[in-house]
Design a protein around this ligand. Structure first.
Ligand code: ADP
Ligand code: MG
Length: 293
């Protein structure tokens, strides 16, 4: 049964753009000691844009850009959408390119067959870290240190292009993190992105700790490890990949513009994607618990 205090907390939260899927979640929120965030689409807007592009052979620029656009057009990943858009802006002829056998390697990149060549688009590990290092000669590290995600395009055995993509942090991110810290809550970022990019974004957001190079299926493991250390933890995410991690946290929180499965799995939804609503809700939750007891 639901008490008047619980009902009032839930309806107050709803008026402020937070949907609780039951009174127990309001109660659980007040016991949180640590909170984990997904990076892309959660701390950031999830709408990256291409800021830099390098080509092995400038004469190939239009062809390479077209192939990259054509391949990524078949992926729904935010990075793929950014590359597709970039390719269109460069006046590509992607529609004339036949993409065959496109496959997604979760957390790494995509591969496809184009004109009898095997193409790979993804991070340094995916195309081969050594080749990537030789091609970029230290520039990749510089770009990553600016919080940019660096993606490589490889045709058969040769790296043909490198793209840097920058996502922007949400307006509410810094304030939300500083409020959580003031409340004594440990903050963690979990991302599939590389170490340097993760570090730059974590620093900008003011996050205490980050876990980089995390494969989608490893997010749950990290939530479980955090639960051992901090007992009660919340996880905030937006993507399909985040759903299992949301389910393993004491309180799973989804961004309102997140994918259906994240919204379904979560205990709590930030309808307007405003991360500051987390601490607001904690205040409500503490007040409710005092009334109940
Ligand atoms: P995040 O944790 O930032 O949401 P993901 O786990 O979705 O990241 O992806 C991790 C990494 O895998 C990306 O940073 C990128 O390097 C690579 N990647 C994933 N999907 C694609 C794609 N469609 N094209 C190129 N690279 C990709
Ligand atoms: Mg995400």
């Amino acid at each position: 049964s639901i008490t008047p205090a619980t009902l009032s907390a839930i309806s107050n939260a709803a008026r402020k753009g937070v949907l609780f899927k039951g009174g127990t979640h309001v109660e659980n929120l007040s016991h949180i000691n640590a909170i984990a965030f997904d990076k892309t689409g959660t701390l950031t807007k999830g709408k990256p844009e291409v800021t830099d592009a390098f080509f092995a052979d400038e004469a190939d620029e239009l062809y390479v850009t077209s192939v990259v656009g054509a391949i990524e057009n078949e992926s729904t990943h935010p990075l793929a959408q950014a590359l597709t858009k970039y390719s269109e802006q460069k006046g590509n002829n992607a529609s004339r390119i036949d993409v065959n056998d496109m496959k997604t390697k979760s957390g790494k990149g995509v591969t496809a067959q184009v004109n009898n060549q095997t193409w790979k688009i993804g991070n340094a590990d995916f195309v081969g870290r050594q080749d990537a290092d030789v091609f970029m000669n230290g520039i990749a590290a510089e770009l990553a240190a600016q919080g940019k995600t660096v993606l490589f395009a490889k045709a058969d055995d040769a790296i043909v292009a490198v793209f840097a993509l920058k996502d922007t942090i949400r307006k509410s991110t810094k304030k939300a993190i500083s409020k959580l810290k003031k409340a004594g809550i440990h903050t963690v970022m979990i991302t599939g992105d590389n170490e340097l990019t993760a570090q730059a974004v974590a620093e900008e957001a003011g996050i205490d700790h980050y876990i980089a190079n995390c494969l989608p299926e490893e997010k749950v493991e990290h939530v479980k490890i955090l639960r051992k250390e901090y007992e009660n933890i919340a996880m905030v995410g937006d993507g399909i990949n985040d759903a299992p991690a949301l389910a393993s946290a004491n309180v799973g929180i989804a961004m309102g513009e997140g994918t259906g499965i994240a919204l379904e799995t979560a205990d709590m939804v930030l309808i307007k994607n405003n991360l500051e609503r987390i601490t607001n809700s904690m205040t409500l939750s503490n007040r409710m618990n005092r009334i109940v007891k």
